[in-house]
Design a protein around this ligand. Structure first.
Ligand code: FES
Length: 445
């Protein structure tokens, strides 16, 4: 199905229901998945209903301040406990027969324990063992710089090992402007919408498909750059760099031409915003040294999370619904203590650029939907997609840790993504899956 080294990927993996079910078992039940941001649950008992694969999960902050992630399904007859997108609940009470579950460490030994059963003494004669009927919780959960990640697999490696060389670039999307962890917040809520396409089209696009720029030509003509000006990038200041930090993750970065002027101005019309972003860049350049010679642009964490690391920052996640439908979520991150002008400029940019009403996202959705629909037929699903651009031409750039570049246009990262997809689908164990993991600091040593 996937011949990544040859740049060939069967169309069937984008439309076939059996393969889709296998993806849920082999990938979404094992990999580390992005489930939300801590700023969505700022207070004790706050909850946010998220997804892991096709499963509905509750992301909550317990009374002790710890983040917990549990299956949003009552253990009695499976009813959804939380039917709203977010809220604040001391206990999670099922609307069907009234069982209730708690995450309060003072009441229960483990999160999601069953604490209330109507008629426990009378109908059940006191014989139901409540300890046996707690909610299913994830095997591991991590709060990494405000981003919450979880896995169902107790054998999964530590999250930072799973992230490998992508950590540096993900940090650019998560860190506060002074480089400290946390300090960011999601503004404007979470945008959610469904797209009639296979889920893999989106992370594949964000992992480094610069070639599709032609789709957004109208955006450039209209003039919808970050600062509202024409053009989304200035080729005289920087060129794009395809980086593949391995493990199926990947990045489309920007490599500055000029040592002395790596910052690419983008907010000429908004001096306060421009000064703010320039300051961030210069601080990070000092802190991170040569690593920041690549400005994080867009990247993908395998399997289904992508991010924009340059200001303004966004997080996206692509939830599988069926072989031919996904639910796309967008979160927009800003520094909590950013000036109002910066937050306002970011909000305007997000609305006109991304999300279901944004110009670029609309272009992409049209492509992904059309490609999915045109691959569902008996004839078309027997064909292969072509990912052969740049095969055999990757060139390492020694001064950039964990990266390689082979010019502006290549499908190197897409091949890496599908190579990783094949490894998971073939049931490789974690020792095999992590065999090529090398940390940035180890590489630099
Ligand atoms: Fe939840 Fe019955 S389904 S209490």
């Amino acid at each position: 199905m996937v011949r990544a080294d040859e740049g060939l990927v069967s169309r069937s993996i984008f439309v076939d229901d059996e393969i889709f079910q296998q993806e849920l078992r082999q990938i979404f039940s094992r990999a580390w998945l992005f489930v939300g941001h801590e700023s969505l649950v700022p207070k004790p008992d706050d909850y946010f209903v998220s997804r892991m694969g096709t499963e509905s999960v509750i992301l909550t902050r317990d009374r002790q301040g710890q983040i917990q992630v549990m299956l949003n399904s009552c253990t009695h007859r499976g009813m959804k406990l939380c039917r709203y997108d977010h809220g604040n609940n001391r206990t999670f009470t099922c609307p069907y027969h009234g069982w209730s579950f708690s995450t309060d460490g003072k009441l229960v030994e483990r999160p999601g324990e069953l604490v209330g059963v109507p008629g426990h003494a009378t109908h059940y004669k006191g014989e139901l063992d409540k300890k046996q009927w707690g909610l299913k919780t994830v095997a591991k959960v991590v709060n990494y710089k405000g981003a919450i990640w979880a896995t169902w697999d107790p054998g999964a490696p530590p999250f930072l090992d799973y992230l490998g060389n992508m950590r540096l670039y993900l940090d650019a999307a998560l860190d506060h402007r002074d480089g400290s962890p946390g300090g960011s917040e999601v503004i404007g809520g979470v945008q959610k919408w469904r797209v009639k396409c296979n889920w893999k089209f989106a992370p594949e696009n964000f992992i480094g498909d610069l070639y599709h720029d032609i789709s957004h030509r109208s955006v450039d003509i209209v003039g919808i750059g970050p600062g509202g000006g024409k053009g989304r990038r200035d080729p005289s200041v920087s060129r794009s760099a395809i980086c593949f930090p391995d493990l199926g993750h990947g990045l489309l970065g920007r490599l500055p031409y000029h040592e002395e002027g790596p910052y690419a101005p983008q907010y000429a019309r908004y001096p306060e915003v421009e000064a703010y972003y320039r300051e961030i860049h210069e601080k990070r350049t000092r802190t991170l040294g040569s690593a920041m010679r690549v400005q994080t642009s867009v990247g993908t964490i395998f399997p289904n999370m992508s991010f924009h690391g340059r200001q303004p920052r966004t997080l996206a996640v692509f939830h599988p619904i069926s072989p031919t439908e996904m639910e796309m979520w967008r979160m927009y991150l800003v520094d909590k203590d950013a000036p109002d002008a910066v937050k306002e400029a970011a909000r305007h940019y997000f609305l006109r650029y991304s999300g279901p009403g944004g110009m670029t996202e609309s272009d992409d959705m049209e492509n992904w939907t059309g490609a999915t629909e045109a691959s569902m037929g008996t004839m078309s699903r027997e064909l292969y997609f072509n990912y052969q651009m740049g095969v055999g031409h990757a060139q390492p750039v020694p001064e950039i840790p964990g990266c390689a570049v082979n010019g502006e246009y290549t499908e190197e990262n897409a091949r890496a993504f599908y190579r990783r997809w094949g490894q998971f689908m073939n049931g490789r164990d974690w020792t095999q899956l992590m065999a090529r993991a090398v940390r940035i600091e180890e590489q630099a040593a």
